[in-house]
Ligand binder design. Structure first.
Ligand code: FMN
Length: 206
């Protein structure tokens, strides 16, 4: 049994953020963690989804691969790494709904001193990746997480991503994450697992 549990809770409509989530999860597993990958669900009706070509098909395919995240997943985890496509420079409503569902755990202090981290994808280079990541730090602080950034700690971050978290630019979903983007996501999964282990070993966890 692994000594550290890592939850990668993400939303992705068309697979770009999903690819980053897989890279984060792979690296956490390689660092010795047990990993759960969970995709937040849509809450709009089929009429709205039908307006974007391929949305429903893509959601159905991903939902077959990943269960929806639950509060129990967050309680189980020593670290939670949240990933989202940007929505007007901010977190997607789908992932935010999951974050908001953690209010019960917040009220009991059950997330205190867990490691928390964020990653995202945007369509355009200045379309809000830093804004999305930094605004996602805000609910993590409220929830009691110790926020783990990527920093300029690993050389990969000098080539891609941001010091706040991994990111990729998809140019309207035409471009999957590059090898450099994925390398930052790997670094993030590794670093968060190491920090979660250190927090647990130091007796910081409730
Ligand atoms: C409603 C909506 C708002 C979006 N807002 C932005 C934005 O502010 N900046 C940006 O660069 N991309 C924006 N995008 C594009 C997606 O964030 C981007 O294509 C992302 O890579 C998709 O990731 P996914 O395949 O994981 O869903 C938006 C997309 C939608 C549907």
């Amino acid at each position: 049994m692994a000594d550290i549990n890592v939850l990668v809770a993400f939303y992705s409509r068309s697979g770009v953020t999903e690819a980053l989530a897989n890279a984060v999860g792979e690296a956490a597993a390689k660092e010795g963690a047990e990993v759960r990958l969970r995709r937040a669900r849509e809450f709009v009706g089929p009429d709205v989804m039908a307006k974007a070509a391929g949305w429903k098909e893509s959601a159905d395919a991903m939902n077959a691969r990943y269960p929806a995240p639950t509060a129990e997943d967050a309680e189980w985890a020593d670290a939670v790494i949240f990933g989202t496509p940007t929505r007007f420079g901010n977190v997607s409503a789908e992932l935010k709904a999951y974050i908001d569902s953690l209010g019960g755990l917040w009220a009991q202090g059950r997330l205190n001193n867990k490691a928390g981290s964020v990653f995202c994808s945007t369509s355009t280079p200045h379309g809000g990746n830093e804004a999305t990541l930094l605004t996602m730090y805000v609910p993590l602080a409220h929830l009691g997480f110790i926020i783990v950034p990527t920093g300029y700690v690993d050389p990969t971050v000098f080539s891609a991503g941001t010091p706040y978290g991994a990111s990729s630019v998809s140019f309207n979903q035409a471009k999957p994450p590059s090898a450099e983007d994925l390398a930052v996501a790997h670094w993030q999964g590794r670093r968060v697992t190491m920090v979660a282990r250190a927090l647990k070993t130091a007796g910081m966890r409730a």
